[in-house]
Design a protein around this ligand. Structure first.
Ligand SMILES: Nc1ncnc2c1ncn2[C@@H]1O[C@H](COP(=O)(O)OP(=O)(O)OP(=O)(O)O)[C@@H](O)[C@H]1O
Ligand SMILES: [Mg+2]
Length: 286
């Protein structure tokens, strides 16, 4: 049995003329210990998909299960790192992380909880800033606090919604390595949302494109069999890395081209014909 399972899931926001059909017919199974990446365009519904898995929004149709049970709300078994790093503004860096640790390990003594939180603060290189409040931090630092907070909860599954998007290349590289290490060593399950194809190949066991919406749906799965841990500098010259990168990029470009064609035919967006995401794309026929 898969740890996370989505069957024929669709999600629309609003009613009547204000209705936006975001996701359609999403089918996905993630096994325990797997690291899956979803790559997609801006506005296609990636955060919506993560929010469904986290139990923060309800599906319009279909079923979502975690460990065989229907997802009914948020839970400590699924830790989320959102792209907008929602921290509590009146708490310091350490207190923000401690708060998460307190909810998951209420039986631990204060010293043990503090040491645990400090370990993860150190991991994201924020020890010198433990006493600072979010408004005193840069965007990248805030993002690192939210990474530390989710990791410190040691959830069974990590849901990462573009967690490194706001970071400079250097910090991004360091955190990519840390996240990869923590997930592999801790034998955790993870779903990473990203718009960075290289990041997806660096970290994931398989990559699934989310085709542009409306009615966005998942495309075919691209398996990554490269040995882990993966080194970004070595990857650059690896023929398998280059092949996956090319195939995936071509696929995404083709998705975008078809979507533009569709938009050009229906600029008003009023006529709801079958969206391009429903048509299969054959990469070999190109
Ligand atoms: N609460 C909401 N109410 C109404 N519409 C929403 C809501 N949340 C998202 N949407 C719409 O759903 C679509 C997908 O949004 P979502 O945030 O899931 O996309 P995304 O792929 O995460 O985008 P980005 O790459 O910019 O983060 C957008 O058209 C957005 O306007
Ligand atoms: Mg998003």
């Amino acid at each position: 049995m898969a740890l996370l399972e989505l069957k024929s899931v669709s999600k629309s926001y609003g009613e009547g003329v204000n209705r936006t059909d975001v996701l359609e017919d999403i089918n996905l199974e993630i096994e325990e210990g797997e690291f899956v990446a979803i790559v997609g365009f801006s506005g296609s519904g990636k955060t919506t998909l993560v929010s469904l898995m986290a139990g923060l929004v309800e599906a319009s149709n279909g079923s979502l299960t975690f460990d065989g049970k229907a997802i009914k709300g948020a839970g400590p078994d699924r830790g989320v790192i959102f792209q907008n790093y929602s921290l509590l503004p009146w708490l310091t860096v350490l207190e923000n992380v401690m708060l998460a640790v307190d909810t998951v390990y209420p039986d631990w003594g204060k010293a043990k909880r503090r040491a645990h939180a400090l370990k993860y603060v150190e991991m994201v290189n924020l020890t010198p800033a433990i006493g600072k409040k979010p408004h005193e931090l840069s965007g990248g630092m805030r993002q690192r606090v939210s990474v530390a907070r989710a990791l410190a909860m040691e959830p069974r599954m990590l849901l990462l919604d573009e967690p490194l998007g706001a970071l400079d290349a250097l910090t991004r590289g360091t955190l990519q390595k840390e996240i990869g290490k923590i997930i592999t060593q801790g034998e955790r399950t993870a779903l990473l949302i990203t718009n960075d194809v290289d990041e997806a190949i660096l970290l994931a066991d398989r990559i699934i494109p989310l085709r542009p919406g409306p009615n966005a749906t998942l495309g075919p799965c691209f398996d990554v069999h490269l040995a882990k841990p993966r080194d970004p500098t070595e990857l650059n010259s690896d023929p398998d890395f280059k092949r996956i990168r090319n195939e995936l990029t071509e696929y995404l470009i083709e998705c975008r081209r078809r979507n533009r064609e569709y938009e050009a035919k229906d600029p008003s967006g009023v006529i709801r014909i079958k969206p391009p995401s429903a048509q299969p794309i054959d990469l070999t026929a190109a």
